[in-house]
Design a protein around this ligand. Structure first.
Ligand code: NAD
Ligand code: DAU
Length: 345
């Protein structure tokens, strides 16, 4: 596994994953292939480009463009593809699902075809716990459970997963899939709840909490997730799915209080706003299978949120400029009415 194509490598998890690979393996060559959508950002890889110039290449391209993907594979003699390129925000999938279908379904198909034609050693698909849908209290999703996606985002991610499994079954492509819980940490675009709440709180702006704030998520530190992806890509069995999470459940209101406590800001910044339509109340994963490969999450929720808050406090240069222009248009469109009608929880 020397020449690795990381699609979506300029995004949040992708850039952390690239940094992890280059620091961990002295012999690997990384080609990042990324369209640079609103979420993709070369600032996320600035340190990588400087420090690992000889082992890192960036190509701007769309995973749905078969000719461009094929050219990148050929030019760099790629032997592994890790696909992190996706449209990733549930709320945007409710506003404009079109790009989700093009990237998360059709783009995955293009990459699988390229993997097949070039005879790669491994194709790894980074997927999500959201494919299992809403999980009732007391239960944890197993990799063998039926998929029941409930948002356009999770439906298109499920489509990608099913194509991967079909390519393994039909063509023997050596595919693995990880289904991760919510990631937090450096370089996450400030539309996702944790960086949104941290950066709003730093500016004494309201924190728009959906509904009663009692929805449950497993917030895991991004580097733990990256280590699991790396392990499964190398040692996971082809054709298999691996869940990745801490197994620790946190209600959104508890997450919001933790952020405000760390920043020394008042809980009165929280506003209870109209809920996300079709909002999945709870996700929870069984992670025994990835643990059996030797993976352990290294961060508790408290450690993960502390490191994350510290990073945004220290890296205003990174996020401040993102919260302008098209971001503000999106913010007004999605939150304007919600915040105008908001209550204190
Ligand atoms: P992100 O939105 O931060 O980054 C996505 C990256 O993909 C961006 O750099 C973007 O420019 C790129 N991209 C989008 N469309 C593309 C296209 N057509 N061609 C090439 N590049 C394209 O996302 P993230 O949070 O880093 O998520 C990465 C992957 O991990 C996604 O597949 C997501 O579904 C999955 N995932 C995310 C989480 C999470 O909590 N963030 C949890 C589990 C799984
Ligand atoms: O579970 C894995 C998924 O985690 C990934 O597949 C997705 O790509 C990633 O975006 C994330 O999805 P979520 O919808 O869980 O993340 P988000 O940060 O949007 O929301 C987390 C929780 O916080 C969710 O219950 C909704 C709530 N929320 C979110 C926003 C943006 C709020 O209460 N207010 C908000 O403003």
């Amino acid at each position: 596994m020397r020449k690795i194509l990381v699609t979506g490598g300029a995004g949040f998890i992708g850039s952390n994953f690239v940094r992890h690979l280059l620091h961990t393996y002295a012999d690997c060559q990384i080609v990042v292939y990324d369209k640079l959508t609103y979420c993709g950002n070369l600032d996320n890889l600035q340190d990588v480009a400087e420090r690992f110039a000889g082992r890192y290449t960036f190509i701007q391209g769309d995973i749905a463009d078969a000719a461009a993907v094929g050219a990148a594979m050929q030019a760099h003699g790629i032997d592994v593809i890790v696909n992190l390129a996706a449209e990733t925000h549930v709320d945007r999938s409710l506003m404009e699902p079109d790009a989700f279908l093009k990237t998360d379904v059709y783009g995955t198909y293009v990459l699988l075809e390229a993997a097949r034609q070039h005879g790669v050693e491994r194709y790894h698909q980074v997927s999500t716990d959201e494919v299992y849908g809403e999980i009732p209290p007391g239960y944890r999703s197993l990799e063998t459970d039926p998929v029941r996606p409930r948002s356009p985002y999770s439906a298109t991610k499920t489509g990608g997963d099913l194509l991967c499994l079909a390519y393994h079954n039909s063509f023997g492509l050596p595919v693995t899939i990880t289904r991760g819980a919510n990631n937090i940490g450096p370089y996450q675009y400030p539309e996702k709840v944790v960086p949104l709440f941290i950066t709003n709180a730093l500016d004494d702006q309201p924190l728009p909490l959906y509904g009663d704030g009692r929805q449950v998520r497993d917030y895991q530190y991004v580097l733990d997730h990256c280590e699991a992806i790396d392990l499964v890509m190398r040692h996971g069995r082809p054709g298999e799915v691996y869940n990745v999470g801490t197994g620790h459940e946190t209600e959104n209101i508890v997450m919001a209080h933790a952020i405000l406590d760390l920043l020394g800001k008042p809980y009165s910044l929280i506003r209870s706003v109209a809920d996300r339509p079709g909002h999945d109340r709870r996700y929870a994963l069984s992670v025994d299978k990835v643990r059996a490969l030797g993976w352990r999450s290294s961060h508790s929720f408290q450690q993960a949120i502390e490191k994350t808050v510290r990073w945004y406090v220290d890296n205003e240069w990174w996020w401040r400029k993102l919260k302008s222009g098209a971001y503000l248009d999106y913010y007004r469109q999605w939150y304007g009415q919600r915040l105008a009608e908001a209550d204190r929880p």
